[in-house]
Design a protein around this ligand. Sequence first.
Ligand code: PLP
Length: 403
Amino acid sequence: MISAEKIREDFPILKNITYLDSASTSLTPKPVIEAISDYYYNYNANIGRGAYKTAIKTGQKVESTRFKIASLINASEEEIIFTQNTTNAINTVINGYPFEKNENIIISDVEHHSNFIPWINLEKRSKNNLSLDVKIANADSDGIIKPSKIRELIDNNTRMIAITHISNSIGSRQDINNISKIVHEYDDVYLLIDVAQSIGHTKIDVKKINADFIAAPGHKGLLGPTGTGFLYGKKELIEKLSPTNLGGGTVTNLKNKEFELENVPYRFEGGTQNISGIIGFGKAIDYINDLNISKIEKHSIYLTKELYKLLSEIDNVIVYGNIDNIFNIVSFNIKNVNPHDVSKILDETENICVRSGYHCAIPSLDIINANEGTVRASIHFYNNLDDIKKLANSVKEISEFFK
Ligand SMILES: Cc1ncc(COP(=O)(O)O)c(C=O)c1O
């Protein structure tokens, strides 16, 4: 178990609030904030543009973050593209992949809108030329996508399966290894995994999973600053993607309206990057590695189960998902009380921060019959058992009040 007490000193904000909304964005530890300040105080320059020492140092710091990300997920540096967030990483694939006529893509109904809307939009845009089809794998009532569902839907025209590792609305953890095995029984069918809710909470090894692409935030489980994220893609696959953000830093030559693209990953990183954010992101990965991801995972599993159990014991509370399958996220409702009201009362009475509503995953709420949304508590290593008990006790009081 992680001793959350010592660690909490790195998050001064925790003196004032009980933070149970890390699935939205995580708290930022002091060393990460200090790394960002250090850049602005001591070596503030742009990257890839200057021959002077300060600019070179900045470039090296940014590249060292790329190296840390690659080591974290067992990839190579050229396979890591910096993005602003997970959404931006997913869209880089969707808008860049050379899909062909009549191909189809499989997603699921537990996706975050970021891995749903851009795909159905692609389908709409392709109506008059490529006629792409987006098929939707339905999860079971606990929010689990059975690998057999994917098998049922794959056919000779399937080009990509794009699914989430952990549902952000229910917390259900998908059997990504078995889904990957099924996907890779087929030639040239690719697996894109949205690891927004898993990276930093559990070990992600792209080689072990055999992921073709992963889309990841820097600002959630990995504790990076907001405005950071990355796309991993197998080198031969990111080389197939057309970059959509061309401009400064993306070409090696330009003459008579002809240009030569930079190597991957730089051809995707047009314009000035979020330099301070990327530097902070690198420091955040050090922080997570020092804590040890396996320990983080054990700590979160323990707290997730405790919270699930405590909430389930309250008479008129519905807790969603299956206790043996959910991870980091506990979604619930007090019967006949709007989730926003619950969240507001928790905040006003006890300074407890939880998310409420649709969680940008509207289709997934039909699965659990929670049409007004849910209250969602989400956990990271800086949470402790007191946080969990405090939330459960407050929910009990609210539920008694509304009985
Ligand atoms: C599963 C999932 N995918 C994608 C996203 C979008 O992430 P970002 O805000 O980094 O674009 C989220 C955000 O909560 C998420 O939970």
